[in-house]
Design a protein around this ligand. Structure first.
Ligand SMILES: NCCC[C@H](NC(=O)CCC(=O)O)C(=O)O
Ligand SMILES: NC(=O)OP(=O)(O)O
Length: 312
């Protein structure tokens, strides 16, 4: 594997999950693999988990992480080709990515979508420009359309907590005050499609995800119906895909409650807004796996970095 930019880079989900479990059981086993290797983490957006767990993963492999908040601290980067740079951007991605490649053996990038320009977002301009102009492997730490470190984490967490051989997993939309990206939901869908689970999606009308991603996965517009006999309820808000980036429904009736999820385990990528997305009674109960899930971010990232290091 040359880069890790999407769930499609996972060639065998079952094997990857087993390897991630082995790393979790013995996190320092490969501490020599990354010795004297540097990973640069570049953030165009905020982060708590990705920023810390990816550094932790690198440290467990003996790597040296260096971190930069690009949008706040670096020169404004130009991504357009042939642009006359007489505006606000001060250096081109051609130089920026090539320069960071001089200092780093792996580069990881977080760059969220605009949610106003669907064509631009789907072109994955920032992530793909790093792939094109850097000379080292690129890791996606959440791009416009995907969050594959999260998707791998979620697959690992469901595998660890499954009580039956083919659990029922529901991805449910929930309300939020802001327009949020589709990246987490997209990667979760792609990860579940690679697992031996009964997988369905629940969202209000007008909130169907990109049909090219959801494919044959059943979509329910009735949350109660979708939650019937669920073993796992994975919750996430996203803005409309059809009316791109718009918030067309904020009603609290889709908020996740204890009554509704019943015996199902609750998952969320975090950060989560309490009593908007999900009520306290769920997050504060044994039904919630969100902290175990966040812990698994380290081992998912560690597996990805290990595979990239082995291929350097
Ligand atoms: N990396 C995990 C999720 C990041 C982002 N959430 C957010 O922006 C929530 C912000 C807020 O609640 O204000 C998203 O949905 O893609
Ligand atoms: N789940 C996740 O990616 O969290 P952060 O946005 O805090 O990194």
């Amino acid at each position: 594997m040359k880069h890790y930019t999407s769930i499609h880079d996972i060639d065998d989900m079952g094997n990857w999950i087993e390897e991630a479990k082995a790393l979790k059981a013995n996190p320092l086993k490969h501490v020599e693999l990354g010795r004297n290797k540097t990973i640069g983490l570049l953030f165009f957006n905020s982060s708590l988990r990705t920023r810390l767990s990816t550094q932790k993963a690198a440290l467990n492999l003996g790597m040296n992480p260096i971190v930069m908040n690009v949008s706040g601290d670096a020169w404004g980067i130009e991504f357009g080709d042939g642009t006359v740079m007489n505006g606000t951007t001060a250096e081109h991605i051609k130089e920026a990515a090539a320069v960071v490649s001089q200092y780093c053996d792996i580069i990881a990038v977080r760059a969220f979508p605009t949610l106003t320009d669907k064509v631009k977002d789907e072109s994955e301009q920032v992530l793909k420009s790093f792939v094109k102009y850097a000379s080292v492997p690129i890791v996606n730490m959440e791009s416009a359309t995907g969050h594959p470190l999260q998707g791998l984490t979620d697959a690992l967490t469901i595998s660890e907590h499954a009580q039956v051989s083919k659990p029922k997993v529901v991805l449910s939309w929930a309300p939020h005050t802001k327009a949020l990206p589709h990246a987490v939901a997209n990667s979760f869908v792609q990860a579940m499609q690679k697992m031996d689970v009964e997988f369905v999606i629940a969202n209000p009308e007008g909130y169907d995800l990109n049909p090219e991603i959801t494919g044959d996965t059943p979509i329910f517009h009735n949350q109660k119906e979708a939650f019937k006999d669920a073993d796992f309820v994975y919750t996430k808000n996203w803005s409309s895909y059809e009316s791109y980036g718009k918030v067309i429904k904020k009603d609290s009736d889709w908020m996740i409650t204890k009554d509704e999820i019943g015996k199902a385990k609750f998952l969320h990528c975090l950060p989560v807004r309490r009593n908007v997305v999900v009520e306290d009674a769920v997050l504060d109960s044994d039904s919630s796996l969100v902290i175990q899930q966040a812990n698994n971010r380290t081992y998912a990232a560690q597996l990805v970095l290990k595979k990239l290091l082995e291929n350097l």
